[in-house]
Every structure is written in C-alpha cells, then in structure tokens.
Ligand binder design. Sequence first.
Ligand code: B12
Length: 337
Amino acid sequence: MNLDDIKNDKEWLVQEILEVINPDYKNRSQTHLEKEKRDIRYTLLFTMEGIENINATLIINYYRWLIDTLSAYNIKKDILFKMHRVISEKLLPYLSEAQKTFLEHLDIEQSLTIKDPFKIDEKHTVHKLYLDALLNKNREQALQVVNQYLEDGMDLKTLYMDVIQISLYEIGYLWQTKKITVADEHLATVITQFVIATLYPKIFAMQKHDKKVLGAGVGKELHEIGIRMVMDFFEIDGYQTQYLGCNIPPKEIVAYALDFQPDIIALSITLPIHIGDMKKTVAMIRDETRLDHVKIIIGGQPFLHDTALHNIIGADGFAKNAVDALKVGGQLVAKTA
Ligand code: B12
C-alpha cells in the first residue's frame, strides 16, 4: 500500500488517528465527531501532498493556516502538533526511504516563522471601499465603487490586482478567523463575478493579435477567479482566449486544445491537494504529440508559498500573479500583430 492507495481509501486511517488524538471520542456528539474527522481528513491529505512532493513548505503553511483558523474555535496549537506527530507515525510504514527521511526531519513547531505571502500590507488601503461593499453584501455598491475608480482613471489591471484580488484575500482571512461565514465568502465571489462581467465590453474592445491562450482550473478545484483574472489579462493584452472554468478533467482539456490549437495553455490550482491533478494534466498534454508546440504555464496559491514548487509540475513557465503571467507568456511565444 502506498500514499495513492491511502488517498483513495483513507477512512480507516482517519478513524485510527482520531482514536489516538482523542481517546474519549465515543463520548462526543455525532456532529462534533464529524467535524473532528473532517479536520483530520483534510490534514492527512495536505500532509500526504507535502510528503509526495518532498516539500516542507506545503505542510508548514498548511499548519500555519490551520492554527490561525482553529484559534477562532479556541483549539490550541499543541493539539495540532500532536495531530502532526500521530499522522506522521501512522504514515511512516507506507513511505519510501526518501519520504521517511523527509518526514523525520520536518520540525513543524520550529518552522512556523516563514513569512505569509497573503498578509496584506496595512498601508494598502485602495481596496477598502470595494471590500466594504462585499461585506455589506451589496452588489450595487460594489459596482459603483469599481465604476468610480475607472472614471477616476484607474486602469483595468490595477483594478483587478489592487482592488479585487486583495479584497478577496481579505475575505479569505475573515472567513478563516470566523468573522464571516462560508455563505458570505460565496456571496463575495458572486458579487465579484458580477462586477467582472460588467468589464468585458472594455476588455473585448482591446486590439487583438494572432496568439491564443486556453485556460482552466484543474482537478476538482473550485476556485476560479484567479485563473479567470489571468485569462482576462491575456485578453486585455490582445490574445484570443478561451477560459473553460474549473473542475475540468485533464482529457477534456486535451480534447479542447486539439480543437482550439492554443499557443499557451494556462492551468491553475488553489488548494495544494490538487497538485497531483495538475501534474497529471501537464503530463497528458505533453503526451499528445499534436500539442507539441503548445507552451504550458501554471500558477495558483500553492506556488506562492514556495518559489521552487512549480518545478515539480514540468510546465514551461510559472507566474505568481496575472501581471507576471503576461511577462512569462510574452517570453514563451512571440506575438505578431
Ligand atoms: C472565493 C473563495 C472560495 C469560493 C470559490 C468560488 C469560486 N467560484 O471561485 C468558495 C466559497 C467555493 C471556496 C471554497 C473553499 N475554500 Co476558498 N477561498 C476563496 C477566497 C476568499 C478567494 C479566492 C480568490 O478568488 N482569490 C483571488 C484571486 C485573484 O487570487 P489567486 O487565486 O491567488 O490568483 C492569483 C495568483 O494565484 C495567480 N494565479 C492563479 N491561477 C493561476 C494560473 C496561472 C497559469 C498563472 C500564471 C497564475 C495564476 O494569478 C492570480 C491573479 O493574480 C480565498 C482567499 C484567498 N487567499 O484567495 C479562499 C481560500 C483559497 N479558500 C480556502 C478554503 C479552505 C476553502 C474550502 C476548503 C473551505 C471554505 N472556505 O469553504 C472550500 C474548498 C472548496 C473546494 N472543494 O475547492 C482557503 C485555502 C487555505 C489553504 N490551506 O490552502 C483560502 C485561502 C481562505 C483562507 N484564508 O483560509 N473558496
């Protein structure tokens, strides 16, 4: 049995971990037990992703996020460090020698000082009006804020990066620290999608050249605004784009690409548990000889924490945001007007 087998059949291990972490588990309510199991399951998946890729940052960042998130529920760090120890012990028999060495040398408690790329600089305030509109759950207000910025001369790229992206990162923190609910997070997304939709007449009016980009979020990924933003930047820069949305099986991306014949395929993930799917998607594109000329670029939040992580995917390029995606894309394919 290896880590892939455990990913496919993990409930027995979740139960074993629960029994060690919380010997008193039988006295808990069913709802409480389900929540505890959900946290263990999620932590197990993140840990396995870090081990498979021999990547400490994936695991460390996950624990930093978990500590922040669960502190809103008064759950102390020590319990989480214990969970890490138990998960590590339980996984050891199923690991290769290299994976064992990696895990044995991983000291989560020592490593939690890495800078968080999502901490927003307090001096950055330009997004506050838009964030207020999201928190007020007010679609009209959000649209007014954006239109006012555009009237005042803000360009589309600045609007996307400095207003919309930063506001969504803050929405994430507010959810994580239990200040808003998942429904509020959904609403913020829906309002943002609505606002972005109103920008398309401007985006599509930009002059086009001959290069084409196909974009998608891979695997079971549901976060789609990051890749949408990247695709909109390509469109603003004159590329002809097709954006397939998220949760697309790799073979569908390949089939679509054969038809569309893009110069670039842009792939995105947000949750590190989808790294395996991204690798598979890239490998499948590479296996199709009729797509040999296509350049693949990748991005998304797991790669922001560790600047070398993208190398394991085997793409031609990586960018940390939509602005850099254009630079990387421009280096990979030469545009002709
Ligand atoms: C909106 C949102 C959701 C929405 C998504 C809806 C949708 N249709 O997109 C919903 C409500 C569905 C959701 C669900 C979940 N979410 Co959520 N979500 C967010 C939130 C608030 C915003 C995401 C976003 O749009 N960001 C803005 C975009 C523009 O930024 P970006 O994705 O980083 O993209 C930029 C770069 O990464 C890069 N990039 C991205 N893709 C690509 C591709 C290429 C090719 C290139 C070059 C570059 C590139 O360029 C982009 C533009 O500059 C984030 C907070 C955050 N930090 O982002 C949490 C967040 C990502 N979610 C999180 C979590 C935990 C979840 C859930 C597990 C629980 C929950 N909150 O409900 C579920 C999981 C669902 C699933 N099965 O996948 C966590 C992830 C933590 C972690 N450890 O990884 C976050 C960080 C919140 C937090 N602070 O805890 N979420």
